[in-house]
Design a protein around this ligand. Structure first.
Ligand code: P6P
Length: 330
């Protein structure tokens, strides 16, 4: 490892965020404070995931979340951890979670000291927990719109208005990938010192790769364009990888290239993935890394949300691979 190598520097995520602040004279430190609370919560969630079977927090509860999905015990633990970490942090006006029906208003819209909104999927792909599969936390930060009335309407902003986005992948190691609009940075948690260390700056997605990621069990109910694309991919020796957790699939695609698809299906005619706290943050990251993201033929980050839990279809990944899917959809 050399000093020219990002991993050659011993740079924690806190030091990176403070370094970034220097490029923004208008920075107040509130965004840094919010992002650091997310990193704190993710360390606790990572520890709970590692100990899940030993602490008997595997499996599901008898409850369902607002999505009508059976909640895993760790879904609730992860959600409560993020709410506890974020709820008391200066700078936040509203917090919205996949696990909560309504956004949580932390302060009235008149408070200029709270310029941000945080949205998150606390444990994406949580059904993988019981089988030690990859799971993740996805987060998105928006500017608060104090003119919104009622206040919770401030959340209804397209993804282009995101200030920051990121995910944490709880896998063989705990990886945090973050963008604040100035490229994509990658950190790895060193559990021996409890700190995320920078390992890669300005990550770029490969232009192309003969690999796609989709749940082909639903292929017969995909719209025709998607079926034609898959037939073309099968004829052109594409490989298929599907982890059942968007964070795990998209982290692989960010590093190795390829395309992730969640088309409309019979059971999810609008698509299954949530716009505000899954598709939009992942789209910001992938676009900042040089990739593309669409909902059908509309750029993901230009979709105007109507509800905080809106679902969308997704085609996201390497630019050449997304373009090829688009050719079959248009
Ligand atoms: P299916 C996890 O539940 C999730 O929201 C995404 O992380 C994942 O890509 C997708 O749903 C998996 O859905 O229908 O293939 O199980």
């Amino acid at each position: 490892m050399t000093l020219e190598d990002p991993a050659g520097h011993l740079l924690s995520i806190q030091s990176y965020l403070l370094e970034e602040e220097k490029h923004h004279p208008e920075a107040t430190g509130r965004l840094t404070w919010i992002l650091s609370s997310i990193t704190l919560a993710s360390k606790y969630i990572a520890a709970r995931c590692r100990m899940a079977r030993l602490e008997d927090v595997l499996g599901s509860l008898d409850s369902e979340n607002v999505q009508g999905e059976v909640q895993q015990k760790l879904d609730v633990i992860a959600n409560e951890t993020l709410l506890r970490a974020l709820g008391k942090r200066a700078g936040l006006a509203i917090v919205a979670s996949e696990e909560n029906e309504e956004p949580i208003i932390l302060h009235t819209s008149s408070d200029p000291e709270r310029p941000y909104i945080a949205l998150f999927d606390p444990l994406d792909g949580s059904s993988n927990i019981d089988v030690c599969g990859g799971v993740g936390t996805i987060f998105s930060i928006l500017h608060h719109d104090r003119r919104a009335n009622p206040t919770e309407n401030a959340v209804m902003q397209p993804g282009t208005r995101q200030v920051a986005a990121g995910y944490v992948l709880y896998g063989p190691s705990t990886i945090l990938v973050l963008t604040t609009g100035n490229g994509v940075q990658m950190f790895v948690l060193d559990p021996s010192i409890g700190t995320y260390l920078l390992v890669d700056r300005d990550v770029k997605i490969p232009q192309n790769s003969k690999s796609y990621s989709v749940n082909e069990a639903y292929a017969n109910s995909f719209p025709e364009g998607y079926q034609k694309y898959l037939a073309w991919a099968h004829d052109n020796n594409y490989s298929s990888r599907y982890a059942g957790a968007m964070v795990a699939d998209l982290h692989r695609i960010l590093l190795k290239g390829g395309v992730f698809l969640y088309p409309p299906t019979q059971s999810s005619p609008k698509g299954k993935l949530r716009l505000m706290y899954e598709a939009n943050p992942m789209a910001m990251i992938i676009e900042q890394a040089g990739g593309k993201s669409f909902c059908g033929t509309t750029r993901t980050m230009e979709v105007q949300p109507e509800n905080v839990h809106d679902r969308v279809s997704v085609v996201i990944g390497s630019p050449d691979e997304v373009d090829r899917v688009q050719d079959y959809l248009e």
